[in-house]
Every structure is written in structure tokens, then in C-alpha cells.
Design a protein around this ligand. Structure first.
Ligand code: 5GP
Length: 180
């Protein structure tokens, strides 16, 4: 894979995920369940590692597919700004009064997470927080910031591996890579 460069190894990711999980554990009361929402497909691997590392909390699972529509322009995917909730495993009754933690792979323009955060807030969640593996703050178009971030990236690299794809390939790569 000479057109991909590894930027984080599995060991580096594991270390950060464990630190994040501790921070998350400490900031939620033990007395209430936490509804951890995985944004599929990209966050699946990060989600699995993160929820396992959250100790002594009643963690409930939820899965949503909500994505910005992307166009392929000059070989790169560009956000069109339209966000669609394509799937949700979560009953609306589960959201009312819940502590919701949205778990995302990467924040780029921020549109997907803004839409998701607004959705859970509108459905009556008590709190809605965001945990992301990667954050690209230089690419932000809407005003949204994650509460927990594993790694912050400068500029606009295109990332694959550890759940993230390029045209559905490379999700199973061990570690995070950037396309050169
Ligand atoms: P946003 O709504 O923040 O622009 O888009 C977030 C979504 O865009 C991510 O969940 C991911 O699916 C996709 N995305 C944004 N940047 C990248 C990237 O560098 N690599 C990959 N594989 N997907 C990305």
C-alpha cells in the first residue's frame, strides 16, 4: 500500500481509546444508563473498542446511519451538505431523558453530527455528547465541537482504516492511514 501512510498504529489508538473511556466513565453518573450511539459504518470498530473500555457503567447500545451525501470530485469525496438519517435501531422512547453519547469516526464539515445532535435533543434526550476518533477542525462548516476526541488532524487529509473507508474498501485495516 504505497499510496497510504500510517499515521496511528493500533497500539496508539488503543492507548487513546482507553484514556477517553476513562474520561467518559468519570463524567457520567454510575446511577444512570448511558445510551452509546454508534454511527455506522465508519465508527463500528472504534465504538466496539470504546464501549468495552468504559467500566462500571450501564452502557446501552444504539446504531444509526446518518450521512452527508458525498460526491466524488477529482477522486476525493466532497460533502454536498445534505444529511439523511437512513437507519436507526433506537426507539424514540429510549431517547426521552437519556444520556446520549454519539460515537463517530471522523468530524469533517460537522454537518452529520450537528444533524444527529439536533435529532437526539429534539427527541428529548437529557444530555447529548459526542465522542469522535478523529477531528478535522480546519474543515468545519457548521458550529459543532466534540466532547471527547482521540486525535485531531490538521488540514484536510483523507483517512482510511480502523473502520474508515475509501469507496467501501480498507475499513478492516489495523490502524489509521492517510491517502497520499
Ligand atoms: P461531516 O458531516 O462532518 O462532513 O462528515 C462526516 C462523515 O464524512 C464521516 O462520518 C465520514 O463518513 C465522512 N468523512 C469525512 N472525512 C473523511 C475522511 O477523511 N475519510 C473517510 N473515510 N471518511 C470521511
Amino acid at each position: 500500500m504505497n499510496n497510504h501512510t500510517q499515521i496511528y498504529t493500533q497500539a496508539q489508538i488503543t492507548e487513546r481509546v482507553e484514556e477517553m473511556a476513562k474520561e467518559i466513565t468519570d463524567s457520567y453518573p454510575a446511577s444512570k444508563p448511558l445510551l452509546a450511539v454508534c454511527v455506522i459504518k465508519g465508527a463500528v470498530i472504534f465504538y466496539a473498542d470504546l464501549v468495552k473500555a468504559i467500566k462500571d457503567r450501564d452502557v446501552r447500545f444504539g446504531f444509526v446511519a446518518a450521512s452527508s451525501y458525498y460526491n466524488s470530485e477529482g477522486g476525493r469525496m466532497q460533502s454536498t451538505g445534505i444529511v439523511n438519517m437512513k437507519y436507526s435501531s433506537i426507539d424514540e422512547s429510549e431517547i426521552v431523558g437519556a444520556e446520549v453519547l454519539i460515537v463517530e469516526d471522523i468530524i469533517d464539515t460537522g454537518r452529520t453530527l450537528k444533524a444527529l445532535k439536533d435529532y437526539f435533543t429534539a427527541k428529548g434526550a437529557n444530555t447529548v455528547k459526542i465522542a469522535t476518533l478523529l477531528n478535522k477542525p480546519d474543515c468545519r462548516v457548521v458550529d459543532i465541537d466534540p466532547d471527547y476526541t482521540a486525535f485531531t488532524l490538521e488540514g484536510n487529509p483523507y483517512i482510511i482504516g480502523y473502520g474508515l473507508d475509501n469507496a467501501q474498501q480498507f475499513r478492516n485495516l489495523d490502524g489509521v492511514y492517510k491517502i497520499n
